[in-house]
Every structure is written in structure tokens, then in C-alpha cells.
Design a protein around this ligand. Structure first.
Ligand SMILES: [Mn+2]
Length: 257
């Protein structure tokens, strides 16, 4: 038996590693970012779990849209989940149509809009974060509509090319509207952050969506609490602020690609 050979498997690390990403806005128009995403999934191998907290895709018009690009993304996720890393997805405001067949093909699980997970004995509340931007009334109205199952089905019943046109129209509208909105409207409402943490019985919230990566120290029920915000992936600089839970606790880490 050779010592150099892989006669003995490495002992499983006692400390787990859980990764969190959001706001990749994957699109065939972003080649560097797409490559960075594929390398990140390689880097994620060996982690216990990867959570994707929404806006994985710039647009998702239905699980039946299986072009080469989407197939490659699904295959890369599948390779990761087959290697033993559990995969979880939460919808974002761009990819609210991600469905069960997407999740099944990646070997992952679609979670509800907000979820409490156990992080080494401590509850962590995770979500995309758009539901906290309640001062943006127009968006909240669209959100309510876009999460209605009947409305979603009516959209999915349209031919694929029509859905692709609708999605590109939404993107243009969203860009035009965002540039006219005051800064504070585009961020989370502090009172809602406190409320969701109280309801969840958690002292830590992790979300994306706002593209304002940071760690905020806050107070909930008179106790110290934290809100961690993941960043959006940057095609130009090749950087993404991700979340990592390991021996050092939950923290943000920049992934360079
Ligand atoms: Mn978003």
C-alpha cells in the first residue's frame, strides 16, 4: 500500500463550511463573470452547502428555456451537488420564475422567500432582501403581482420568444426607474429588518439585492444583532462579495475572478 497513493481518505474536517452568494445576474453578455461563476463552483467543492440568495440570473423566463448557456450553468451546479455539496436556491426579483425542474436538474432545493437555517446552533435568517425595500411602493406592487401563482402561470403559458421580449422590456424599465429613485428608497427599511428578525427569532440576517455589501451592527429587542449584505458580481473588476460560515463564524469574503 503506497503512502503517496490515496490509500486513506482524508479525515473529514470537523468544521463545516457553508457558502452564500447572490446577485450574480448571470447573462451570456457577461463572459468574465460567467467564467468567475464556474470557477467559484469549483472552489465550492468540499463545502457542506451553497446557498444562492436570489438573482442568480439576470432574467429567467421559465424552466423550459434551455439554451446552451442555461444548460451549462445547470450542469455546473449538478457537478457540485453530485460531489456532495448541498445546494439551495432562493428566488430574486429577476429570477422569480425559477421552478422545480430547474432545482431538480441541479440537484438542489428551492427554498421559500425567507428561511431560518441553523448555523452551528444559532439561527440565521436568509432571504433575497427585496421584500425589505418596502419604501419602494411601485416595486412592492410588482412583487406582489409577480409572486402570484396564477399570474406566473399566465406568463409561462406565453410562447418562449414572447417571454424573452417581456423580460428584456422589464430590464429596461427597471434601469430607467432605478436611476430616478432616491437612494434611501432603494435600500431596506430599517424597521422591517428588526421586524423580520423578531419574527424569525434570529439575531443575524443575511441577504443580497441592494448591491451594498456591508456588515451592519443593529439592535433587536435591546440585544446586539447583525445584518450582513452580500454584493453583486462585477464584470469589470472581477469581484464579488460572498458569505462564508466556517470556523471563523459568518463573515463576508471577496471572491476575485
Ligand atoms: Mn435583486
Amino acid at each position: 500500500m503506497s503512502i503517496r497513493g490515496r490509500a486513506y481518505p482524508l479525515p473529514r474536517l470537523i468544521m463545516s463550511r457553508i457558502l452564500f452568494i447572490s446577485d450574480l445576474h448571470l447573462s451570456p453578455d457577461l463572459p468574465r463573470l460567467t467564467q468567475g461563476f464556474f470557477s467559484f463552483l469549483e472552489h465550492a467543492r468540499g463545502a457542506d452547502a451553497l446557498y444562492v440568495l436570489g438573482d442568480l440570473f439576470e432574467a429567467w423566463v421559465g424552466d423550459d428555456h434551455r439554451d446552451d448557456y442555461n444548460n451549462a450553468v445547470i450542469a455546473a451546479f449538478r457537478a457540485l451537488s453530485d460531489s456532495g455539496t448541498r445546494l439551495f436556491f432562493i428566488h430574486g426579483n429577476r429570477d422569480f420564475l425559477l421552478g422545480q425542474s430547474f432545482a431538480a436538474d441541479t440537484g438542489g432545493t428551492l427554498l421559500p422567500d425567507s428561511q431560518v437555517i441553523d448555523l452551528q446552533g444559532r439561527p440565521l435568517l436568509i432571504m433575497h432582501g427585496d421584500q425589505l425595500c418596502t419604501r419602494d411602493e411601485k416595486y412592492m406592487a410588482f412583487r406582489a403581482q409577480s409572486r402570484d401563482p396564477a399570474w406566473q402561470q399566465a406568463l409561462l403559458d406565453k410562447p418562449l420568444d414572447q417571454r424573452l421580449m417581456i423580460a428584456s422590456m422589464w430590464r429596461m424599465q427597471s434601469k430607467a426607474m432605478s436611476s430616478n429613485k432616491p437612494e434611501n428608497i432603494m435600500d431596506v427599511t430599517p424597521e422591517d429588518v428588526v421586524q423580520v428578525l423578531q419574527e424569525a427569532g434570529a439575531a443575524t440576517l443575511l441577504h443580497g439585492h441592494t448591491h451594498r455589501p456591508a456588515v451592519h451592527d443593529i439592535t433587536v429587542n435591546g440585544e446586539p444583532a447583525r445584518r450582513l449584505v452580500l454584493g453583486d458580481w462585477q464584470e469589470e473588476t472581477g469581484e464579488a462579495v460572498t458569505g462564508v460560515a466556517d470556523a471563523n463564524g459568518l463573515h463576508l469574503e471577496t471572491w476575485r475572478f
